[in-house]
Design a protein. Sequence first.
Length: 225
Amino acid sequence: MRLRLPEERPTEPPTGYKIAHPVLSHDGTRAGFTGVSLGGALPYGVLADASCVYGLGHRAPHRRCDCGFHCVHDRTAAEALLCTAEHRAAVLLEVTVLGRYLRFELGFRYARQRVRTATVGPCGCGAVAVALADAGWGRPGWLSLAPSCAGCLRGRTSVSLAGFARLAGEGLRVVAGKGAAVASAEALGVPELAAEAALLQARLDWFQSQLARLGERGPGGERQG
């Protein structure tokens, strides 16, 4: 006898969490995501159907294959994946599990999904990201993007978080996660401004002392006297 797995009939589609790399088409007209493991070579949109990455003719997910979209039940478990070096620039996705799915201990393997929210981590410098910029690698026809603050864009191809959501379509929300806040002069009080001024003065005094020492040695590096 062949063991039959129990069938679920939920009143509403399950929710899951996963990580992915945001991508931008080479002509800048489309945005989507690419997986971090098995399906990394196949970019997908906000609303997408899974297919077998091995090119087999069966529908995904197949019980005797590992094809299909993957996600975990717990948001914290997905966030933990962002700790590894190769996944630091990935974003956290909240997805709706659609169509056929197989449930396992940690999550789902399923046929169709809708990405509801993408949470973008901090820039590489630690500041809150305001854009997604060229990460320096990609797939044929697609640029991989990484979180970036305004100060680190430096002319790279980039798109704002709102712009990425607009290009991706289907009601996607893109939000900035936690990062080091960059304080503006308007947000600083008198004590903070006084501390900043003291720090700048100390740096200026140090530079002046170095210039004085260079002046004493003369242009040829010999001490004048």
